[in-house]
Ligand binder design. Structure first.
Ligand code: CTP
Ligand code: CA
Length: 227
């Protein structure tokens, strides 16, 4: 029985959360990365677990400790993240909070050396799999509720609304990650929740408070939408 008013409204539900950056190796000592700290995704995973969900957290490299009471899978690359997510299916709820690298490099097996002519190496990028789109479009095991993030630096609502449709997810949590906002790597977040019916702006909140609100929304959705 799932009770919304109880302390554990998501008891019996399985949730998958991706968090953190991915690292895409260039050679044995170098990688491509981004500024994600994993804070927002880890907070969502922790609040889902506190709400009673059975949580798998698939995390890129972060300095954060494993949150208690969940299954944590540590990965480095986007391709590893996809494989770990696939292994965690089926689930009821998927929250893709990771800042997945969009590209990877065919990594050199030995350290790339400078050459005498001073010419820099050319890094040839290949596209990474899109984990959010893959989960959203899964024919056999689509989670009932798939939530993505949209990290934008301009035209936040327009880009995020288009992204929701392109990815095929149910909700998008949009935010402005311009350096001036301090959100990327910071402790606060200011998001707009976008679903099929529109956009709802939330005030600037601690990332834990954003997670608390989002998990409350998830619990309400799971209790009010038909299976
Ligand atoms: N995402 C993902 N796998 C990828 C890229 C993105 O799962 N290879 C997810 C992110 O976790 C996030 C959402 O997709 O929930 C949007 O990520 P974002 O980088 O904003 O979108 P992109 O489609 O990569 O578009 P762009 O970077 O060009 O804005
Ligand atoms: Ca991207």
């Amino acid at each position: 029985v799932h009770r919304l008013d109880g302390e554990r409204p998501l008891a019996g539900r399985r949730a998958l959360v991706t968090a953190g950056p991915t690292h895409e190796p260039v050679d044995p000592v170098r990688y491509l990365a981004n500024r994600s700290s994993g804070t927002q995704g880890y907070a969502i995973a922790r609040l889902l677990a506190e709400a009673g969900a059975d949580v798998t957290l698939v995390s890129g490299p972060t300095t954060l400790p494993d949150p208690p009471g969940m299954h944590v899978i540590r990965i480095e690359t986007a391709r590893e993240m996809l494989a770990a997510c696939t292994s965690a299916l089926p689930c009821d709820i998927a929250v893709c909070a990771a800042a997945v690298a969009d590209w990877h490099i065919a990594a050199a097996t030995q350290k790339i050396k400078k050459t005498d002519d001073g010419r820099p190496p050319e890094l040839r990028l290949s596209p990474n799999p899109d984990i959010l789109a893959t989960l959203s479009r899964s024919a056999s095991a689509r989670p009932r509720l798939v939530i993505g993030f949209a990290a934008e630096t301009e035209h936040v609502i327009a880009h995020a609304t288009a992204k929701r449709l392109r990815k095929g997810c149910d909700w998008i949590v949009a935010n402005d990650v311009s350096p001036a906002t301090g959100i990327m790597g910071g402790t606060e977040n200011e998001v707009t929740l976008i679903d099929a019916s529109g956009a709802e702006h939330w005030p600037r909140l601690d990332k834990t408070q954003v997670a608390r609100r989002l998990v409350a929304r998830i619990a309400t959705f799971m209790h009010t939408q038909p299976e």
